[in-house]
Ligand binder design. Sequence first.
Ligand code: ATP
Ligand code: MG
Length: 427
Amino acid sequence: MEWRMAPPGMAGAAGTVVAGLLAGGHEAYFVGGCLRDELLGRPVHDIDITTSALPEEVMSLFPRCVPTGLAHGTITVLQEGYSLEVTTYRTESGYADHRRPEHVVFVRDVREDLRRRDFTINAICCGLDGGRIDPFGGERDLKLRVIRCVGEAEERFEEDALRMLRCVRFASVLDFAIAKNTWRGLLRQRDKLAHIAVERVRAEVERILEGPHPQRGLGLLLRSGLLPRGKAPFPWTGRDLAAAAARLAGLGNLESARLRWALLMHALGSSAQCADELLRAWTFPGATRTGVVAVLRVREAWDAALLSARPEASGAGERLRRRWIAAVLGQGQSAAEGWLTVLEAAGADTASPVTTSLLRSWTAEMPIRTLAELAVSGHEVTAALEKRPGPWLGVLLNQLLLAVAAGDLANDNQLLLQAAQRMDRDE
Ligand code: ATP
Ligand code: MG
């Protein structure tokens, strides 16, 4: 087997493991996603191996291995610096809760193992000599660019409801169609998504939104009606989602996951507060959640500024500039720039009196953007004012920061201490 799309070291290590299993008198093949991606010319991230050897036999052949999923027949073999998952041919049955098979039976025929797999394109295996075993027409479906269940779709989705989201994910990421029967089976079983853990659903939806064709994925999610049937809160109607999806033209151009989620939440009309609660309920990692929420807070600060702008009054532009600078300081430069990128991707509101490029130049002209850059410390301020530190200190330092950032005051230690005394007196 000649790998074109796998890192050479990984391909070499996987070849060594397969050769070792064969030398031990067993059958062994490369299987699943790695073949799908190799045949599609997409990067191969890991190479899985399927074998007739029982888990104990695998462990006896390879000194360095971890019994990752022993009960299900999966051993991770550590080879030449790579971890390779080696799984004994098996079938599954008696799925509890529409997710986990209760019975795993090791079998002797690789075709039996391929039959338990979800989609035809994931049910291909290949020997060391490059000979492929493809009983369900996976290669044909790769050429046709279609996702098709192995066997009866409705049954397969009922056994394991997560497969429905995997179906949408593969169709979205690969930009494939979904076979008619597969789609029909999915629609019939969609209520079963209620059995799937929120984090599993979230992980699939993340891969859809963060993949190369997020809009296609959103369209499929919408038409499938899956998400409102999951365990996680989904406070929108299909119409909300359809309207949002239609406005997300620039979504796929956004590099960062944080901005894609921010744009989606923006298009759905979620407040920062609502997005915060939702992303928490959806089990997003804290860093992603706070990143998205900060971007939406910049939007709220800026919307409030625009609302109170009174463009006819004198000094309106300058007041807006200060409000923008305050928002940059409040949420951080990265959130502020993120918001501008989101706004542009959403097709910025042409009616706004201030363009995103003007906002960008206001940010760029700020001499400093964080308290850490201020040429005075809290300690120096308390000493100069002969006061005990308290909440007033943070307020004062932020006033100084705003004054410097807006260009009213030079970032100079002595000048800042004088200004602090003035501000304290005026207080
Ligand atoms: P990727 O790693 O890009 O998500 P993959 O196809 O490798 O794609 P994995 O979750 O790593 O997906 O699973 C490896 C293989 O195991 C799949 O190719 C498929 O054959 C099988 N498989 C995974 N999940 C399921 C499932 N829920 N039902 C049936 N077979 C599955
Ligand atoms: Mg994989």
